[in-house]
Design a binder for this molecule. Structure first.
Ligand SMILES: [Zn+2]
Ligand SMILES: [Zn+2]
Length: 281
C-alpha cells in the first residue's frame, strides 16, 4: 500500500463471484475499490455464499486492502425518498439486504443516493430519505451510510451541500452518516470543481468538517457546469480536466478514504490509478 495512504481504484465487477472483485482491483494496481453487493438491476438476488464471503475476505487480506478502502455502492432500484409507500417499503427491504451483505463482507460503509421525491413535496422527500437511513442504521449494527451528492436532475435530492445537510439534520442517527462527493455530480450541480477544486472542498469541510467525508467518486464530466446532468468521462478527457483531480488527491483530507473511479473506459483504469497515485504521492 502506498505510503501516501491514497485509496484509489475503480468500481469493479462482481460478475461470476463477488470474491473476484479484490482480484480484479489488485490486478489494476488499485489501492481501494467499489462494488455492488449484488446484481444492481434486480430486486431479489440469492444470498451471498459463505464460501464467497470467506474468499472475499481472504483476498482483501492477501492484497493488503484495509476494510475502509472499499466502498460498496447500493443499487439504483432503491429510492429512499419515494412518495409511494409500497415502493418506499420495497426500497427499505432491498437497502437492508444490501446493508447486511456489506457487513457480512466485513465492510462498514455503504454508499447510497438520497433518492428522488417525485410528485409531492421536497421537504417530505428529505424526511423520508432521512427516515430510511435511520431505519437501516438501527437495524444494521456497525454500519455507516455515505450519502452521495447528486447532479440534481428532476426531483433528485442531494445536489447541494444545504440539502445534504438538511437530510443529515433530519436524521436521528447522525453519528453514522457521512457523505460521498462525486466530482462529476458536483460539476453538474454547479460547483466549479474544475476552476476551483480546493474552494469547493473547503466549502464542504467548513460546513461538515473533515470526518463527514466518507469517500469520493472521482469522475470527469461530459456535460457542462450546472447542466444538472450526470454523464461521466475518463479522467482528463472531460470538462473538469486533469489538473482538478491532481489538486484533489494532494489534499490531506482525502487520505484514508476510498477515492473511486466510475469512469467510462475501463481500459484506462490502470493509467488513471497510476496518474492519481503519483499526483498525490
Ligand atoms: Zn452513485
Ligand atoms: Zn454519476
Amino acid at each position: 500500500m502506498s505510503s501516501s495512504n491514497l485509496l484509489i481504484g475503480p468500481h469493479v465487477s462482481i460478475a461470476k463471484d463477488i470474491s473476484l472483485a479484490p482480484v480484479r482491483a489488485h490486478e489494476l494496481g488499485a489501492t481501494g475499490f467499489a462494488i455492488f453487493t449484488k446484481n444492481q438491476r434486480v430486486w431479489n438476488a440469492p444470498a451471498l455464499e459463505d464460501s464467497s464471503i470467506r474468499i472475499f475476505k481472504e483476498k482483501l487480506d492477501e492484497f493488503g486492502y484495509d476494510r475502509r478502502a472499499i466502498l460498496p455502492h447500493a443499487g439504483y432500484l432503491i429510492n429512499p425518498a419515494s412518495p409511494d409507500e409500497e415502493l418506499w417499503e420495497k426500497s427499505l427491504g432491498l437497502f437492508l439486504d444490501e446493508a447486511s451483505r456489506t457487513v457480512s463482507l466485513s465492510l462498514d460503509t455503504i454508499n447510497i443516493h438520497p433518492g428522488a421525491f417525485k410528485e409531492g413535496d421536497r421537504i417530505d422527500g428529505i424526511k423520508r430519505s432521512a427516515k430510511m437511513m435511520d431505519e437501516v442504521l438501527r437495524r444494521t449494527p456497525g454500519l455507516r451510510i455515505a450519502i452521495e451528492n447528486t447532479a440534481g436532475a428532476g426531483t433528485i435530492l442531494g445536489s447541494t451541500f444545504e440539502e445534504l445537510d438538511a437530510i443529515l439534520s433530519e436524521s436521528e442517527e447522525k453519528d453514522r452518516i457521512g457523505f460521498t462527493l462525486d466530482t462529476a455530480h458536483l460539476f453538474g450541480s454547479g460547483y466549479d470543481v474544475s476552476g476551483d477544486p480546493d474552494g469547493v472542498l473547503d466549502q464542504f469541510f467548513s460546513r461538515f468538517g473533515k470526518d463527514r467525508l466518507f469517500g469520493m467518486h472521482l469522475n470527469d464530466s461530459k456535460v457542462p457546469l450546472a447542466s444538472h446532468k450526470d454523464r461521466h468521462e475518463s479522467i482528463g478527457k472531460g470538462l473538469i480536466g486533469q489538473d482538478a483531480f491532481k489538486a484533489i488527491v494532494k489534499r490531506e483530507e482525502v487520505r484514508g478514504i476510498p477515492l473511486i473511479l466510475e469512469t467510462v473506459d475501463e481500459t484506462l483504469w490502470k493509467d488513471e490509478i497510476k496518474l492519481l497515485l503519483e499526483a498525490g504521492a
